[in-house]
Design a protein around this ligand. Sequence first.
Ligand code: SAM
Length: 311
Amino acid sequence: MSKSSSQQPTTSSYHKPVMLHECLDGLNIDPQGTYVDVTFGGGGHSLKILEQIKGGKLIAFDQDDDARKQAENIKSSSFTFCQANFMHLKRFLKLNGVTKVNGILADLGVSSHQIDSPERGFSTRFDGPLDMRMDKQASRTAAKVLNEYGEDKLHKVFGMYGELRNAKTVAGLITQQRVNKPFVRTEDLKNTLQKVAPRGKENRYFAQVFQALRIEVNSEMKALEDFLHQSGEVMEKGGRLVIMSYHSLEDRMVKNYINKGKVFGELEKDFFGNAIRPFAAVNRKPIEATEEEVADNNRARSAKLRVGEKI
Ligand SMILES: C[S@@+](CC[C@H](N)C(=O)[O-])C[C@H]1O[C@@H](n2cnc3c(N)ncnc32)[C@H](O)[C@@H]1O
Protein backbone atom coordinates (compact mmCIF):
# COMPACT_ATOMS: atom_id res chain seq x y z
CA MET A 1 0.00 0.00 0.00
CA SER A 2 1.31 3.46 -0.74
CA LYS A 3 1.80 6.01 2.02
CA SER A 4 2.18 9.75 1.85
CA SER A 5 5.37 11.01 3.50
CA SER A 6 3.32 13.63 5.38
CA GLN A 7 1.86 10.85 7.57
CA GLN A 8 4.27 9.65 10.26
CA PRO A 9 4.67 5.87 9.77
CA THR A 10 5.56 3.48 12.61
CA THR A 11 8.99 1.81 12.55
CA SER A 12 7.50 -1.46 11.24
CA SER A 13 5.34 0.16 8.55
CA TYR A 14 8.27 2.35 7.43
CA HIS A 15 10.54 -0.62 6.72
CA LYS A 16 10.76 -4.21 7.88
CA PRO A 17 14.42 -4.73 8.87
CA VAL A 18 16.25 -7.48 6.97
CA MET A 19 18.38 -10.11 8.77
CA LEU A 20 18.01 -8.27 12.05
CA HIS A 21 19.48 -11.03 14.22
CA GLU A 22 22.28 -11.81 11.78
CA CYS A 23 23.28 -8.10 11.70
CA LEU A 24 23.26 -7.86 15.49
CA ASP A 25 25.33 -11.07 15.78
CA GLY A 26 27.74 -9.62 13.22
CA LEU A 27 28.23 -6.44 15.26
CA ASN A 28 29.07 -8.49 18.38
CA ILE A 29 28.05 -5.58 20.59
CA ASP A 30 30.01 -4.43 23.64
CA PRO A 31 27.33 -2.60 25.72
CA GLN A 32 29.88 0.14 26.55
CA GLY A 33 31.03 0.57 22.96
CA THR A 34 30.36 3.17 20.26
CA TYR A 35 28.35 2.01 17.24
CA VAL A 36 27.25 3.57 13.97
CA ASP A 37 24.20 2.73 11.85
CA VAL A 38 24.90 4.59 8.60
CA THR A 39 21.50 3.75 7.04
CA PHE A 40 18.90 4.52 9.73
CA GLY A 41 15.77 4.29 7.49
CA GLY A 42 12.88 3.47 9.82
CA GLY A 43 15.29 2.65 12.66
CA GLY A 44 14.58 -1.11 12.81
CA HIS A 45 18.24 -2.05 13.26
CA SER A 46 19.08 1.03 15.35
CA LEU A 47 16.39 0.24 17.93
CA LYS A 48 17.78 -3.28 18.42
CA ILE A 49 21.33 -1.94 18.76
CA LEU A 50 20.14 0.57 21.36
CA GLU A 51 18.53 -2.25 23.37
CA GLN A 52 21.96 -3.85 23.73
CA ILE A 53 23.84 -0.67 24.64
CA LYS A 54 24.43 0.16 28.31
CA GLY A 55 26.79 3.08 28.75
CA GLY A 56 27.83 3.07 25.10
CA LYS A 57 26.42 5.09 22.21
CA LEU A 58 24.84 4.85 18.80
CA ILE A 59 25.30 7.42 16.08
CA ALA A 60 22.92 7.02 13.14
CA PHE A 61 23.13 8.53 9.65
CA ASP A 62 20.54 8.96 6.92
CA GLN A 63 20.39 11.57 4.18
CA ASP A 64 16.60 11.39 3.88
CA ASP A 65 14.43 13.91 5.68
CA ASP A 66 11.70 11.29 6.24
CA ALA A 67 14.25 9.13 8.11
CA ARG A 68 15.19 12.15 10.25
CA LYS A 69 11.53 12.50 11.27
CA GLN A 70 11.50 8.82 12.27
CA ALA A 71 14.69 9.31 14.29
CA GLU A 72 13.03 12.12 16.26
CA ASN A 73 10.89 9.44 17.93
CA ILE A 74 13.98 8.02 19.66
CA LYS A 75 14.50 9.82 22.94
CA SER A 76 17.48 7.80 24.31
CA SER A 77 20.45 9.88 25.56
CA SER A 78 22.75 7.23 24.00
CA PHE A 79 21.44 8.14 20.53
CA THR A 80 22.57 10.82 18.06
CA PHE A 81 21.20 11.30 14.54
CA CYS A 82 23.11 12.94 11.68
CA GLN A 83 21.13 13.86 8.59
CA ALA A 84 24.04 13.35 6.24
CA ASN A 85 25.43 11.19 3.48
CA PHE A 86 27.55 8.36 4.90
CA MET A 87 30.29 9.34 2.45
CA HIS A 88 31.05 12.01 5.10
CA LEU A 89 31.26 9.44 7.93
CA LYS A 90 34.57 10.57 9.39
CA ARG A 91 33.70 14.27 9.31
CA PHE A 92 30.35 13.85 11.07
CA LEU A 93 31.78 11.50 13.69
CA LYS A 94 34.45 14.09 14.41
CA LEU A 95 31.81 16.83 14.70
CA ASN A 96 30.22 14.65 17.39
CA GLY A 97 33.53 14.20 19.23
CA VAL A 98 34.04 10.60 18.03
CA THR A 99 37.27 9.41 16.41
CA LYS A 100 37.08 5.63 16.95
CA VAL A 101 34.11 3.24 16.90
CA ASN A 102 33.52 -0.43 17.76
CA GLY A 103 31.12 -1.34 14.99
CA ILE A 104 29.43 -0.01 11.87
CA LEU A 105 26.27 -1.28 10.19
CA ALA A 106 25.23 -0.40 6.63
CA ASP A 107 21.96 -1.69 5.13
CA LEU A 108 22.36 -0.28 1.62
CA GLY A 109 19.84 0.99 -0.90
CA VAL A 110 16.37 2.39 -0.35
CA SER A 111 13.75 1.70 2.33
CA SER A 112 10.25 0.31 1.72
CA HIS A 113 8.92 3.72 2.76
CA GLN A 114 10.90 5.44 -0.02
CA ILE A 115 9.83 2.88 -2.62
CA ASP A 116 6.19 2.92 -1.52
CA SER A 117 5.90 6.73 -1.66
CA PRO A 118 4.74 7.48 -5.26
CA GLU A 119 5.86 11.14 -5.03
CA ARG A 120 9.50 10.01 -4.60
CA GLY A 121 9.52 8.35 -8.02
CA PHE A 122 11.49 5.23 -6.99
CA SER A 123 8.82 2.69 -7.87
CA THR A 124 7.92 1.10 -11.18
CA ARG A 125 4.48 0.32 -9.69
CA PHE A 126 3.06 3.85 -9.37
CA ASP A 127 3.09 6.91 -11.55
CA GLY A 128 5.15 9.69 -9.97
CA PRO A 129 7.67 12.42 -10.79
CA LEU A 130 11.04 11.19 -12.09
CA ASP A 131 12.79 12.21 -8.87
CA MET A 132 14.58 9.28 -7.08
CA ARG A 133 16.65 11.51 -4.77
CA MET A 134 17.25 10.11 -1.27
CA ASP A 135 18.41 13.58 -0.24
CA LYS A 136 15.59 15.89 -1.30
CA GLN A 137 18.00 18.88 -1.29
CA ALA A 138 20.27 17.33 -3.93
CA SER A 139 20.18 18.95 -7.36
CA ARG A 140 20.27 15.85 -9.61
CA THR A 141 16.94 14.10 -10.24
CA ALA A 142 16.17 11.15 -12.52
CA ALA A 143 14.46 13.57 -14.93
CA LYS A 144 17.67 15.60 -15.11
CA VAL A 145 19.71 12.49 -15.93
CA LEU A 146 17.24 11.40 -18.65
CA ASN A 147 16.82 14.84 -20.20
CA GLU A 148 20.37 16.19 -19.95
CA TYR A 149 22.93 13.33 -20.11
CA GLY A 150 24.54 12.63 -23.48
CA GLU A 151 23.82 9.32 -25.21
CA ASP A 152 27.22 7.79 -24.27
CA LYS A 153 26.80 8.66 -20.62
CA LEU A 154 23.29 7.18 -20.54
CA HIS A 155 24.61 4.04 -22.25
CA LYS A 156 27.22 3.68 -19.49
CA VAL A 157 24.66 4.23 -16.69
CA PHE A 158 22.23 1.61 -18.04
CA GLY A 159 24.98 -0.87 -18.90
CA MET A 160 26.94 -0.59 -15.68
CA TYR A 161 24.25 -0.03 -13.05
CA GLY A 162 21.27 -1.75 -14.69
CA GLU A 163 23.30 -4.51 -16.40
CA LEU A 164 20.99 -4.12 -19.42
CA ARG A 165 21.96 -6.08 -22.54
CA ASN A 166 20.50 -3.42 -24.83
CA ALA A 167 21.80 -0.38 -22.91
CA LYS A 168 22.97 1.33 -26.12
CA THR A 169 19.53 0.95 -27.74
CA VAL A 170 17.77 2.40 -24.66
CA ALA A 171 20.19 5.32 -24.49
CA GLY A 172 19.54 6.06 -28.20
CA LEU A 173 15.79 5.81 -27.76
CA ILE A 174 15.75 8.17 -24.78
CA THR A 175 17.82 10.82 -26.53
CA GLN A 176 15.46 10.68 -29.57
CA GLN A 177 12.31 10.73 -27.48
CA ARG A 178 13.24 13.71 -25.30
CA VAL A 179 13.56 15.99 -28.34
CA ASN A 180 9.76 15.85 -28.75
CA LYS A 181 8.83 15.85 -25.07
CA PRO A 182 11.10 15.88 -22.01
CA PHE A 183 10.75 13.06 -19.48
CA VAL A 184 8.72 14.19 -16.45
CA ARG A 185 6.83 11.22 -14.98
CA THR A 186 7.75 7.58 -14.35
CA GLU A 187 4.94 6.62 -16.76
CA ASP A 188 6.64 8.61 -19.56
CA LEU A 189 9.75 6.50 -19.06
CA LYS A 190 7.87 3.21 -18.85
CA ASN A 191 5.91 4.02 -22.04
CA THR A 192 9.19 4.60 -23.88
CA LEU A 193 10.81 1.46 -22.44
CA GLN A 194 7.85 -0.68 -23.56
CA LYS A 195 9.30 -0.44 -27.09
CA VAL A 196 12.55 -2.21 -26.13
CA ALA A 197 11.64 -4.34 -23.08
CA PRO A 198 11.73 -8.12 -23.58
CA ARG A 199 8.17 -9.48 -24.00
CA GLY A 200 6.77 -11.01 -20.84
CA LYS A 201 9.70 -9.65 -18.76
CA GLU A 202 8.74 -5.97 -18.84
CA ASN A 203 8.54 -5.51 -15.07
CA ARG A 204 12.00 -6.94 -14.43
CA TYR A 205 13.35 -4.77 -17.22
CA PHE A 206 11.74 -1.61 -15.81
CA ALA A 207 13.19 -2.49 -12.38
CA GLN A 208 16.71 -2.72 -13.88
CA VAL A 209 16.36 0.67 -15.57
CA PHE A 210 14.98 2.28 -12.41
CA GLN A 211 17.80 0.76 -10.36
CA ALA A 212 20.39 2.18 -12.76
CA LEU A 213 18.87 5.65 -12.57
CA ARG A 214 18.60 5.55 -8.77
CA ILE A 215 22.28 4.55 -8.43
CA GLU A 216 23.32 7.40 -10.73
CA VAL A 217 21.02 10.03 -9.15
CA ASN A 218 22.37 9.27 -5.66
CA SER A 219 26.02 8.57 -6.66
CA GLU A 220 25.64 5.33 -4.75
CA MET A 221 28.88 3.69 -5.92
CA LYS A 222 31.02 6.71 -5.08
CA ALA A 223 29.33 7.05 -1.66
CA LEU A 224 29.96 3.37 -0.90
CA GLU A 225 33.60 3.56 -1.97
CA ASP A 226 34.32 6.65 0.16
CA PHE A 227 32.45 5.16 3.12
CA LEU A 228 34.32 1.84 2.95
CA HIS A 229 37.72 3.55 3.07
CA GLN A 230 36.70 5.71 6.02
CA SER A 231 35.23 2.72 7.90
CA GLY A 232 38.72 1.21 8.08
CA GLU A 233 40.17 4.46 9.40
CA VAL A 234 37.67 4.96 12.23
CA MET A 235 37.31 1.35 13.39
CA GLU A 236 38.96 0.18 16.64
CA LYS A 237 40.93 -3.08 16.51
CA GLY A 238 38.48 -5.98 16.85
CA GLY A 239 35.56 -3.75 15.72
CA ARG A 240 33.09 -5.13 13.20
CA LEU A 241 32.02 -3.80 9.81
CA VAL A 242 28.60 -5.27 8.92
CA ILE A 243 27.28 -4.53 5.43
CA MET A 244 24.13 -5.73 3.73
CA SER A 245 23.87 -5.17 -0.02
CA TYR A 246 21.14 -5.90 -2.55
CA HIS A 247 22.87 -6.05 -5.91
CA SER A 248 26.01 -7.61 -7.27
CA LEU A 249 27.93 -4.39 -7.94
CA GLU A 250 27.69 -3.31 -4.31
CA ASP A 251 28.42 -6.78 -2.98
CA ARG A 252 31.54 -7.03 -5.16
CA MET A 253 32.85 -3.72 -3.79
CA VAL A 254 32.20 -4.76 -0.19
CA LYS A 255 33.77 -8.20 -0.71
CA ASN A 256 36.87 -6.71 -2.34
CA TYR A 257 37.30 -4.12 0.37
CA ILE A 258 37.04 -6.65 3.19
CA ASN A 259 39.27 -9.26 1.51
CA LYS A 260 41.76 -7.05 -0.32
CA GLY A 261 41.63 -3.69 1.46
CA LYS A 262 40.61 -2.09 -1.84
CA VAL A 263 37.33 -1.63 -3.63
CA PHE A 264 39.04 -2.25 -6.98
CA GLY A 265 42.37 -3.98 -7.58
CA GLU A 266 44.47 -6.60 -5.88
CA LEU A 267 45.69 -7.15 -2.34
CA GLU A 268 49.02 -5.50 -1.60
CA LYS A 269 51.67 -6.86 0.77
CA ASP A 270 54.29 -5.03 2.80
CA PHE A 271 58.05 -5.67 2.71
CA PHE A 272 57.64 -8.65 5.09
CA GLY A 273 54.84 -10.22 3.04
CA ASN A 274 52.03 -9.16 5.39
CA ALA A 275 48.72 -8.31 3.71
CA ILE A 276 47.88 -4.59 3.79
CA ARG A 277 44.18 -4.47 4.60
CA PRO A 278 42.23 -3.13 7.56
CA PHE A 279 39.73 -6.00 7.90
CA ALA A 280 39.62 -9.79 7.80
CA ALA A 281 36.43 -11.53 6.66
CA VAL A 282 34.50 -13.18 9.52
CA ASN A 283 32.59 -15.43 7.09
CA ARG A 284 34.07 -16.74 3.86
CA LYS A 285 30.69 -16.58 2.10
CA PRO A 286 28.03 -13.89 2.43
CA ILE A 287 25.19 -14.63 4.85
CA GLU A 288 21.74 -14.86 3.24
CA ALA A 289 18.27 -14.66 4.73
CA THR A 290 16.51 -17.86 5.78
CA GLU A 291 13.67 -19.24 3.65
CA GLU A 292 11.23 -18.26 6.40
CA GLU A 293 12.40 -14.66 6.31
CA VAL A 294 12.24 -14.49 2.50
CA ALA A 295 8.70 -15.91 2.61
CA ASP A 296 7.76 -13.20 5.09
CA ASN A 297 9.72 -10.32 3.52
CA ASN A 298 10.42 -10.41 -0.21
CA ARG A 299 13.07 -7.68 0.15
CA ALA A 300 15.29 -10.15 2.03
CA ARG A 301 15.50 -12.33 -1.12
CA SER A 302 18.49 -10.58 -2.67
CA ALA A 303 20.27 -9.46 0.54
CA LYS A 304 23.89 -10.44 1.06
CA LEU A 305 25.48 -9.75 4.41
CA ARG A 306 29.25 -9.53 4.85
CA VAL A 307 31.12 -9.00 8.10
CA GLY A 308 34.72 -7.85 8.50
CA GLU A 309 36.74 -7.59 11.72
CA LYS A 310 39.35 -4.87 12.11
CA ILE A 311 42.79 -6.41 12.32
C1 SAM B 1 17.48 -0.17 3.34
S1 SAM B 1 17.15 1.34 4.13
C2 SAM B 1 17.64 1.03 5.81
C3 SAM B 1 16.58 0.42 6.63
C4 SAM B 1 16.91 0.29 8.10
N1 SAM B 1 17.99 -0.61 8.32
C5 SAM B 1 15.69 -0.13 8.86
O1 SAM B 1 15.70 -1.24 9.43
O2 SAM B 1 14.72 0.61 8.91
C6 SAM B 1 18.45 2.36 3.58
C7 SAM B 1 18.41 3.78 4.12
O3 SAM B 1 19.72 4.31 3.92
C8 SAM B 1 19.63 5.61 3.43
N2 SAM B 1 20.83 5.82 2.61
C9 SAM B 1 21.19 5.15 1.50
N3 SAM B 1 22.36 5.61 1.03
C10 SAM B 1 22.76 6.57 1.90
C11 SAM B 1 23.91 7.41 1.97
N4 SAM B 1 24.88 7.38 1.03
N5 SAM B 1 24.02 8.26 3.00
C12 SAM B 1 23.05 8.33 3.94
N6 SAM B 1 21.92 7.58 3.92
C13 SAM B 1 21.79 6.70 2.92
C14 SAM B 1 18.36 5.67 2.65
O4 SAM B 1 17.85 6.99 2.63
C15 SAM B 1 17.45 4.71 3.43
O5 SAM B 1 16.67 5.38 4.37
